[in-house]
Design a protein around this ligand. Sequence first.
Ligand code: HMG
Ligand code: MG
Length: 306
Amino acid sequence: MKLPTQVKLVDVGPRDGLQNEKQPVSADIKIGLVHRLQDAGLMEIEVTSFVSPKWVPQMADNAEVMHGIVRKPGVLYSVLTPNMKGFEAAIAAPREEWPDEIVVFGAASEAFSQKNINCSIAESIERFAPVVAAAREKGIHVRGAMSCTVGCPYEGEIAPAKVGYLAQLMKGIGVQRVDVADTIGVGTPRKVQAAMQATLAHFDVDAISGHFHDTYGQALVNTLAALELGVWNFQSSSAGLGGCPYAKGATGNVATEDVVYMLHGMGIETGIDLDKLIDAGVYISEALGREPNSRASKAIRTKRAG
Ligand code: HMG
Ligand code: MG
């Protein structure tokens, strides 16, 4: 099959990348990361989440971060809002500080839904419905993240039918596009394609994105497998940051640098300046006191130094 000629990446580093970070990361550093990502050409950035600070302390500065970013025209800024409380907090600021898109997040696995958002799949949809309606009424886009679409840390392998069921529920409440997430990075290409196919029964290919954690080193090949189905939206984290606090042992998202290197090497456009992106990854990694978790970043920096 002919592969897409261009890909849009959402950098989820400031949110997924940092939510699980144990050491304090100041709002200024998070804002600095968002600025560097937009300067590198990212057109979509997942900035923060409006969740309980007791559950995810690292995101407690959500309003400060949204207030501090200097927006670049054309860039879409998204935030996670699991319920009306989160949505109301996200729009408590003046209009120009509202997110362009909110993300409701559910799971294809009942056990993960309970652990992550403290309710069943059916209850989560009941909670999301008014959030989706309120956002759309205000002209804010709505994305739905679907966790554990191939495997769950509590239930093991997840059948594609469960993914299709969740996608159908999301569609039913007015979610406009969905992320097919491999939360714990256990997926392999055919399994990821099966999860994508189940989602394609309910959403157009343009409304589906891949969100692959790289725990087992499969994220790039899974990206290619999704590209083969025509999927052209993906999420990744600069410097390979990340992990979900309720998915023990799962490592970060695939590094944006590695995805961009692969796509550019295949002649697929992203609009991203890889050198600037590498510098953004170095910036946040230095703030965290570690090396970027990206092979492409390491190789290119070694070459630069030589
Ligand atoms: P709950 O305890 O069931 O909520 O938590 P509740 O409505 O019963 O409220 C309990 C307390 O939380 C109350 O405070 C509420 O005010 C407060 P108290 O009276 O005890 O002081 N509360 C809130 N505070 C701030 N913002 C809110 C909010 N809602 C309630 N929005 C809840 C339910 C969803 C809030 C909780 O389970 C939670 O915050 N979970 C966090 C989950 C999370 O952020 N996970 C990581 C992101 S998802 C992810 O990483 C996966 C993804 O990357 C895709 C993938 O890889 O799979 C997207
Ligand atoms: Mg994730």
